[in-house]
Design a protein around this ligand. Structure first.
Ligand code: FES
Length: 372
C-alpha cells in the first residue's frame, strides 16, 4: 500500500539531515542536496552500513563502513558500479511539510559478486598428513638480513614437523605487503566482516595467505615473536588487528571459524617480559578458537640488564637445549592435535557463541528490507 509519511516542516528538517527515518518497515536516509530533499534506503547493499552517516560528495554518499557509494538521486553506484542500486523513495515538499512515500519508486538491485575464495569450504582430503603452519612475525630487512633468535627456533620446529611427515608452510609476515586494520569494528561490530573488507577490496593486500593458512589450511600453528620493549613485535600486532574479523564472527554471527586447531608459541627477547607476552598471546589465540598443548610455549631471555645482544645471539645459535625444546614443542603440539582430531565429533558439539559471556548484539535494522 502506498503511503505518504510527513517528516516535519522544511525548517525543522534542514538542521537534522542527513538523518534516518523508520517509515513502515523501511529505514530511509534523507539528504538535502542542491536545494532538494532526497530519500534513499539507509542500508548499504554491501553489509547494511548506515548510509545516513556517510559523507556526501556531490550527489554521492559514501557508506561509512567500507566506502561503497550511491547517488542520493538515483540510488545507483558511480559509473562502472551502477548496476548496484539502493531503493529510492519519492519526496514531496508541501506547504505543511516534507513527505516521503513508501514503498520505494526504485527497488534495491544487488549485484551477485563472486564470493571470496575465503568463504569456500576447503575440505582436507581424508588420510592427508597433518598440516603445520609456522608463522614468523619478526621484522627485518631481507636484503641485509640478520640472525633472528625466534626465527631460528621456529625453523628448528619446522624441521621437526617435516621429519614427522607433516605438510608444512612457513610464512614470514615481513614478506607480505598488507595494510593496517582500518578499525571498522570501532564503527560498529557488524562493520568488521569476514573476509576482511580490506582483503575484499584491495587485490594487492597479501594477508590472504595468513587468513587461508589459519582458517582453512593449518591443523597446528606455531607463532614466533621477538620481544620488543616488553611486547610482541609490531608486525605481530599489525597482523593481530587484521584478525579481529575472524574473532568477530563469533560475536556477530555465532560462527566459529577456528575449530580443532592447535597453537603454540616461541618467544625470545634479549631482555625480559616473557610471561606478559605469552599471557597476551594466549588470550588472543584462545579467543580465536585455538587450543593449546601442554606447556604451549618455549621462550628465551637473559634478563633486563643483559645488554650484550651479540652474546644473546651466540647463545641461541649454540644452544642444543633450545633446539631440542623447539623440537619438543612441535611434538607436543602435533601429538595434541592428533588426540583432538580423534575426538573431533565431541569437539564439534555446538556451543552457543563459543561459550563467550559477552552480551549479544541487538538485531540489525532493515534485515527485512535487505531481502526485498
Ligand atoms: S560499504 Fe557499506 S556496508 Fe560495506
Amino acid at each position: 500500500m502506498t503511503t505518504w509519511h510527513r517528516l516535519g516542516l522544511k525548517t525543522e528538517l534542514l538542521p537534522r539531515v542527513p538523518a534516518a527515518f523508520t517509515l513502515d518497515r523501511w529505514s530511509v536516509a534523507v539528504f538535502h542536496h542542491e536545494g532538494q530533499f532526497r530519500a534513499i534506503s539507509n542500508a548499504c547493499n554491501h553489509k547494511g552500513g548506515p548510509l545516513c552517516e556517510g559523507r556526501l560528495h556531490g550527489e554521492f554518499v559514501m557508506c561509512p563502513w567500507h566506502a561503497w557509494e550511491y547517488s542520493v538521486i538515483t540510488g545507483k553506484g558511480p559509473e562502472g558500479y551502477d548496476e548496484e542500486q539502493v531503493p529510492v523513495f519519492a519526496v514531496e515538499e508541501r506547504e505543511d511539510g516534507v513527505y516521503v512515500r513508501t514503498p520505494p519508486v526504485q527497488p534495491r538491485r544487488l549485484v551477485r559478486h563472486k564470493p571470496s575464495h575465503l568463504l569456500e569450504t576447503h575440505p582436507k582430503p581424508s588420510g592427508a598428513p597433518p598440516r603445520v603452519l609456522v608463522l614468523s612475525t619478526t621484522a627485518m630487512d631481507d636484503v641485509n638480513p640478520r640472525f633472528s633468535t625466534s626465527d631460528a627456533l621456529l625453523e628448528h620446529a619446522l624441521d621437526q614437523a617435516k621429519r614427522r611427515g607433516a605438510d608444512t608452510q612457513y610464512i614470514k609476515l615481513r614478506d607480505l605487503k598488507f595494510r593496517h586494520c582500518e578499525g571498522n569494528y570501532s564503527k560498529a561490530a557488524r562493520a568488521c566482516t569476514w573476509p576482511c573488507a580490506i582483503t575484499e577490496r584491495d587485490p594487492d593486500d597479501q594477508l590472504t595467505a595468513v587468513y587461508e593458512g589459519l582458517v582453512h589450511w593449518a591443523d597446528v600453528v606455531l607463532i614466533g615473536t621477538p620481544i620488543r620493549w616488553g611486547n610482541a613485535s609490531s608486525l605481530y600486532y599489525k597482523m593481530l588487528e587484521r584478525l579481529n574479523c575472524v574473532q568477530n564472527q563469533v560475536t556477530i554471527q555465532d560462527k566459529v571459524l577456528i575449530r580443532n586447531k592447535v597453537a603454540a608459541f616461541i618467544i625470545t627477547g634479549g631482555q625480559d617480559n616473557i610471561q606478559a607476552v605469552a599471557g597476551a598471546m594466549f588470550t588472543f589465540w584462545a579467543e580465536l578458537g585455538f587450543v593449546f598443548p601442554p606447556f604451549p610455549f618455549i621462550a628465551h631471555s637473559r634478563g633486563w640488564d643483559a645488554e650484550d645482544m651479540q652474546n644473546n645471539v651466540r647463545q641461541v645459535k649454540m644452544s642444543d637445549t633450545l633446539k631440542e625444546a623447539a623440537y619438543e614443542l612441535l611434538d607436543r603440539a602435533l601429538d595434541f592435535w592428533t588426540i583432538i582430531d580423534r575426538h573431533k565429533a565431541e569437539m564439534d558439539k555446538p556451543m552457543e557463541r563459543a561459550g563467550r559471556k559477552a552480551s549479544t548484539l541487538p538485531e540489525p535494522e532493515e534485515i527485512e528490507e535487505m531481502t526485498v
